[in-house]
Design a protein around this ligand. Sequence first.
Ligand SMILES: [Zn+2]
Length: 540
Amino acid sequence: MNVTPLATAVLLLPLALPAAVSADTYPRQPAIDVQHYAFRLTLGDASDEIRGEATVDVRFVRDDVTSFALDLAGRADGPTGMTVTSVTGGGRPLAYTHEADRLVVRLDAPSVPGERRQFTIAYHGVPGDGLVIGRNRHGDRTIFADNFPDRARGWLPTVDHPSDKATCEFAVTAPARYQVVASGRLIEETNLPGDLTLTHWRESAPMATYLMVIGVARFAVAHLGTLEGVPLQTWVYPQDREAGFFDFAGAGRSLEFFSERVGPYAYEKLANVQATTRYGGMENAGNIFYGERAITGSRRIEGTVVHEVAHQWFGDAVTESDWNHVWLSEGFATYFTHLFDEWASGRNRLVAGMIRDRETVARFREANPDLRVVDERVPIREVLSPYTYQKGGWILHMLRRAVGDEAFWPGVSAYYARYRNGNALSEDFARVMEEVSGRDLSRFFRQWLYEPGHPRLEVTWRWDGARQAIDLAVEQMQDGPSFVFDLDIGVAAPDGARRVETVSVTARRQAFTIPSAAEPASLELDPDVWLLFEGKIGRR
Ligand SMILES: [Zn+2]
């Protein structure tokens, strides 16, 4: 996702870190694996109450399971929350409890391993979160899902954690004046009595619950044909038809770029949808939602579009199985936006983006000296930070430098091919990159992902005419562990000619000798912008 400018400012404040206990405390159920959700929803204008029927197709991994749980916000004292009226399995009513937002279903017979059973939950209520019912910027009534990160449970009974992906379908009955967009491919649109329409979408690729959405509004819809075999659509408010169609008309370029460079797109369509999401952009699988005010008719949204399209590969098709590894989603989307820019506009665009991101990371480190990119202390709702976005992106940039383009791109493609439509952890990505590059990258990933901070360098030099050499002294000044990295030194000759020398820094204090027949006019650290660091260089 792309956060709004206001949210970015908030993210620069220090995170409050609790004790070192895994903060992704979701109560996982290794005995079950949800295969498919079929949601039938009825929405109206008379009230904000929704009526739902969800059929959940569960595969039992272990035997003798006697109950399992789904997340669903219950109704406490307030006006919002869901009331469950029945749970059935195999056509028979089942016992259940619904307390503390957990619907526990009791089986009428213990499970057999590998067995699949379907359970249907009937429920109704006014969503307190997850499905946002309100007015859009034109004052029209709209209904948009906004599930990230664990808000699907506000309106959908699900295993609401990215480690259990499933396919889904939505059959939505709503007043006929609305159009309904949802995950997947449109398979039915029927006029019903009472001025209602039934709209049915189904997606055959599995996704995390935080990416399953519907949008119900008055829409202007542009069908832009198919690219790479994928139907491309724009859904905007009718009042923003001209501006929105223009803003999203170029979205296919990033779809083509990522398809060709990384691997085949995973979903049955790609719709760019104007919505009331609280985020600047939200990468719902095949169905990207954009904050409604970002549609301006000036294509200011293009960077956000590339970021969200990149997520279809990273985050959506390959999904972090633990929230503390969310850099696999946000860091990748951040860096692959820069890679798209490099491809579309040249290397200067990439470099400008990396410098900007490096400054953001440095500021954030000041406030969070002890934080890591993969940090099990960070709770789910605080995992989005300049570390999971910009520092994650920088790690990929440095990895690309370390293994070279000839291993970086095949490595990324191999990682995508292996984990597409599944889940991954940072170790999975590291393993694939080691296999493809033939390099031991354990130190690289350990220091950048699991240790705090980055190098803060003080580098001094002098030219020794007698030895025709530059004496270079490099010192790592940061608190915490020292880093191992290649450091480029730009050497400018008096006649203006420039060359780059690379030294391998492996210690906190280290001296290097660089042959140089003439006295340099100046030296520069990391002239080609390949290293995440802070620091300065001066003569001594
Ligand atoms: Zn993102």
